[in-house]
Design a protein. Structure first.
Length: 76
């Protein structure tokens, strides 16, 4: 019975430590999708909707580049 109490106390201590360590990781997870220094492109997406927005952004970027190249050829 004494070993069960010791095991229970150790398990409770381990849970308390885990909650302390991983409970504060919520702040680190909140950084997901946040800009970072010297970042190129859009922020990392969190939802499927943002994935679609990024795909649309990339598609429109190619269209704009093609239009710019065409106008440059006309000007030259």
């Amino acid at each position: 019975m004494l070993s069960f109490k010791r095991l229970l106390v150790r398990a409770m201590a381990a849970c308390a430590i885990a909650i302390t360590i991983f409970g504060s990781a919520g702040g680190a997870l909140a950084g997901l999708g946040q800009p970072t220094p010297w970042q190129l492109g859009l922020q990392q997406s969190v939802t499927p909707v943002m994935d679609n927005i990024i795909q649309l952004h990339d598609f429109v970027l190619y269209i704009i580049a093609a239009i710019t190249a065409f106008v440059l050829l006309l000007l030259l």
